[in-house]
Write a protein that binds this ligand. Structure first.
Ligand SMILES: Nc1ncnc2c1ncn2[C@@H]1O[C@H](COP(=O)(O)OP(=O)(O)O)[C@@H](O)[C@H]1O
Ligand SMILES: [Mg+2]
Length: 345
């Protein structure tokens, strides 16, 4: 069995070769506050954020695209492998991915972790590469193409040419920072403190990258900053846009920076091909228009932005040539053969 695990800051997706995406879970865990034992994983823990009992510690095992809680990720991978493979004799081959900025040491650590969690073999692919394939981009196209993957912790911008990554940058301006900006704005302008889940809800319900006409508004519960009493206020799309404005400007500047670094021929190709957006952050209303306006290039949002990386890993499993050309890190030299052999069966 070959499985691909997209270890995201916000969500974890599992792809099984021949079946497709079989699991989509929040990237979060509840630990026993005293012993540190993992008590619960995934979606059921998500609603606990900001309201967990003292006996439990809620953690996000991935931070800014890298593993911050190794034991939790180990438990998660082991849990998924067990769920998918039961007590099978043969252990699965596990493909995973990391943002472009992750160091070699961290990459090796993830591979070791996958093996310790029950994988027979493990490999790591570059996340932007998987995102681009999952978005349906034709990476055999000889010219330059750009993908921007906006996750919870990082935004990854990458340029590809002829099956390989030519340029990439990973920055920590992504979904979580937009929420932090909304929290700061409401405290400063409305004197109200809201939690992370509420801020995320505001972003998804009324958030917009450009000022929205007609304006939308939603009721929001929080706590007065001065009296600490519970309060309810209306938050408008304009307020959400103003709150996120600076952060979105940073995001735009990163994309511009990569375009500036791109050699002229490739930049010309991107001009004709446009930019593809993936990752949950690409769902922010009006983001495509904003980026189009700011870069002057055509911007397209992938069909299932949250699923792109997992789907792309599926494409790689079917076409090992992508593994050969692309800095794929295998734990053993023999590992790539596994994909090739399976292909020829
Ligand atoms: N409709 C939406 N509007 C704006 N942001 C969204 C929407 N849906 C999801 N997101 C954001 O996308 C981010 C998660 O994207 P995802 O690709 O799953 O991240 P990761 O790869 O880091 O796990 C979160 O910050 C989430 O709030
Ligand atoms: Mg991701």
């Amino acid at each position: 069995m070959q499985i691909g695990i997209d270890l995201g800051t916000t969500s974890i997706l599992v792809y099984v070769r021949g079946k497709g995406i079989v699991l989509e879970e929040a990237s979060i865990a509840a630990l026993d506050a005293k012993t540190g034992d993992v008590k619960a994983l995934g979606n059921k823990v998500h609603q606990m954020v900001g309201r967990n009992p003292k006996s439990l510690r809620v953690v996000h095992p991935m931070r800014d695209g890298v593993i911050s809680e190794f034991t939790v990720i180990h438990a998660m991978i082991a849990h998924y492998i067990k769920k998918l493979c039961g007590n099978r004799l043969f252990k699965p081959t596990v493909m995973s991915c990391t943002p472009a900025s992750v160091t070699g040491l961290e990459r090796s650590a993830i591979l070791e972790l996958a093996i310790a969690a029950g994988a027979s073999r493990a490999c790591l692919v570059e996340e932007p590469f998987a995102a681009a394939l999952g978005a349906g981009m034709d990476l055999t196209f000889p010219g330059g193409q750009m993908v921007v993957d906006i996750g919870g912790g990082t935004t990854d911008v990458a340029v590809f040419t002829m099956d390989a990554m030519a340029l990439s940058r990973s920055v920590k301006v992504a979904g979580n920072l937009l929420e932090d900006a909304i929290i700061r704005y409401l405290r400063r302008e409305r004197n109200v403190i809201v939690g992370q889940l509420t801020a995320e809800n505001i972003k998804k319900q009324v958030g917009c990258a450009c000022l929205r006409r007609p304006e939308l508004a939603i009721p929001v519960r929080g706590q007065s900053y001065t009296t600490h009493m519970p309060v309810q206020i209306e938050v408008s799309s304009t307020e959400a846009s103003l709150a996120m404005r600076e952060c979105l400007r940073d995001m735009t500047n990163v994309i511009r920076g990569v375009l500036e670094e791109t050699p002229p021929e490739m930049a010309g190709d991107i001009d004709s091909q446009g930019i593809t957006l993936t990752g949950g952050g690409a769902l922010l209303r009006g983001l495509d228009s904003l980026l189009q306006k700011e870069t002057g290039l055509r911007v397209r949002t992938a069909q299932n932005p949250v699923q792109c990386v997992a789907l792309g890993m599926g494409v790689m499993m079917e076409h090992p040539k992508f593994l050969r050309n692309n800095n794929v890190l295998f734990r053993t030299d023999d590992d790539i053969g596994e994909f090739e052999r399976n292909r020829n069966l």
